[in-house]
Unconditional design. Structure first.
Length: 244
């Protein structure tokens, strides 16, 4: 009998939930696909049809939690009226709130999903891409309303926030303060500094200085090269022209 898409998704969610609870209890290494199937009341074949291995299940958990976090942000009525710092803070705080019921699982698995092998990067890539796209949307909106200037190295900024989020989760996992107050303070102070940095356009100013020095000193030094074809090729490459 053919099952519906909703039934497939329900099985997928059940497999993830069982895997999370089993890993909480036994750890990653001691958890097997066979045991996950047994506890979920499914055949081994059904579980393998959904996920090729337990690592894929772990990554699926984080992918789902990110999607749920974004959905929750969308349910905040006045979210679009928040400042960039408030939006970023809500984004990071919401993810931590989503992790809280499964904190033991996150503690057991987060290192494994952030320090991946080449084999597992295919699972991490869509999560990282989705995360960066959320940050990009927040930055683009802030530029549009002129809260911050247009930023150079935008992809680098988005990837910085991925690394920032990784460090934040690790800090939260080790935070023993009441209701994770230390994590809240760290988040507030670090985002205040970061957004002030972007508002001041410091990256843009640093890039302008570097471009000035390059144009007026490095490029002029190329004239010492006797082969004119090499000089022109280097100038085109460094100054953003077409490859020769």
């Amino acid at each position: 009998m053919k099952i519906s898409e909703e039934q497939k998704q329900e099985k997928r969610r059940e497999i993830i939930r069982v895997a999370v609870e089993t890993i909480k209890e036994k750890g990653i290494k001691a958890t097997s696909m066979r045991e996950i199937a047994r506890k979920a009341g499914l055949s081994n074949a059904t579980v393998y049809n959904c996920f090729p291995n337990k690592e894929a299940i772990i990554f699926a958990y984080y992918e789902d939690q990110l999607d749920l976090s974004v959905k929750r942000l969308g349910e905040i009525a006045d979210f679009n009226e928040f400042s960039l710092q408030e939006q970023l803070q809500a984004f990071f705080e919401t993810q931590l709130e989503m992790f809280l019921p499964d904190r033991e699982f996150v503690d057991a698995s987060f290192w494994a999903i952030t320090i991946t092998s080449k084999r597992d990067y295919e699972y991490l890539k869509p999560i990282r891409s989705r995360f960066c796209s959320v940050v990009a949307e927040l930055f683009e909106a802030a530029v549009e309303v002129e809260e911050i200037p247009e930023q150079v190295f935008r992809e680098t900024i988005y990837n910085f926030f991925w690394d920032y989020n990784t460090g934040l989760v690790f800090y939260w996992l080790r935070d023993r303060s009441n209701q994770f107050q230390n994590t809240s303070i760290l988040l507030d102070k670090s985002l205040d500094l970061a957004v002030s940095f972007f508002k001041a356009g410091i990256l843009n100013k640093a890039f302008d200085i570097a471009a000035f020095l390059f144009r007026n000193h490095i490029v002029s030094g190329l004239d010492m090269i006797k082969d004119p074809e090499i000089v022109q090729k280097l100038k085109r490459q460094f100054m953003g022209g077409e490859d020769g």
